[in-house]
Design a protein around this ligand. Sequence first.
Ligand code: HEM
Length: 367
Amino acid sequence: MARVVTEHVRQIGKHFLSERILTELSDIRSRHAIHCSFLDAFLDCLLDKREGRYWNRTYLALPLLELLLDDQHSEVSPDRLATLLVSDAIRFETETAGGSSEPPCRGRPDPATLRKRLRHALRFVADDLGGPDAADPQDLVDRLPRPPATDAGRWFDVTVQPVYVLHDEYFFIRVLQTHEMLFTEIARNIRKAIGALRDGKLTASVELVDHATAIFERAAALFRITATMRAEQFSVFRQFTQGASAIQSEQYKKFEILCGVPPAPRLHSAAFTNVPAVRDEAESAAHDTVTQAYLDLRRAGAFGQAEWNLLDSALGRLEARHQRWKSTHRSLAVRMLGDAHGSGHTDGVPYLTKCVENRLFWQLSEE
Ligand code: HEM
């Protein structure tokens, strides 16, 4: 059932599902979803617009992807899921390039754009595929991994529900889902780095921060893929994505509050009112951060100066990487959005310009 519905959604766009189909889906949910958490999550995402609950999580089918991450039989880490998501986008682009699986009116990219998109996407997965012949693009395409053949893995294919029918929305959704997975992994590493620091294991903490920085570099590659999106396609399908924005990305904001609690103006701005659960976590007394652990241990006289220098350098690398990430994101938005408002109801590029001024470790630079 889920595959047939997904096929239909891709033919007409989720925004245009008929009242009859939406009612049928709602009936199916009340009768059957209680027996299957995957079906429940699938319908939760599909019925979001009808029920006035449409936002980033449901646009990106995150409830379904998270069930796949939690599934013990599938053993998929966020990092691995990131590779699977980009692999799927590559397959979509190469299969539709032949022209058989998609009506031409949907605007497939011209060969030069497609080549560029594939080059960046293949580079993203190449490390995971490894091997001496990893540089050969056709070889990489042939070896792209597929989701696990488990009950949970079978839901992977129905995690793209475009709001409209234009070609470029498919890979855009996959890129944003990948972003969520990478930030899940980055946040996990930062959480572990705080634990290591509190346990007096500074070297381990430095390694974890550096690993987070390396994943950040991978995340930056997503902008190179997105830069191949045609602005004219984006401006059409974004009419139907209003209300869903990466400003609602909980993983991105979780990463931020683990580095340090943001200053009050940011914590009480749209950046965090859009993610109330994360804001509450940042304000709870039990919440720990790299910054807090650093300040506590510094005051307690833990570690020698050479060790502090190592940690300072690692935090500096993470900050610099985040700054580059924000500038690249802003440049992309300038190109794709111009002076239009963001789909998260901010004023768009001016909001992002302000974000570039923020620092993760602002309290440490004030010390
Ligand atoms: C066409 C490309 C893109 C445009 C025009 C764009 C634009 C924007 C805008 C205007 C905002 C501010 C919130 C809003 O009003 O929506 C925003 C926030 C954000 N975007 Fe994008 N974006 C694009 C692609 C991406 C991609 C590919 C990613 C991730 C890989 C991403 C991640 C984020 C994140 C995490 C935020 C929240 C920033 C914060 O609140 O500090 N964006 N984006």
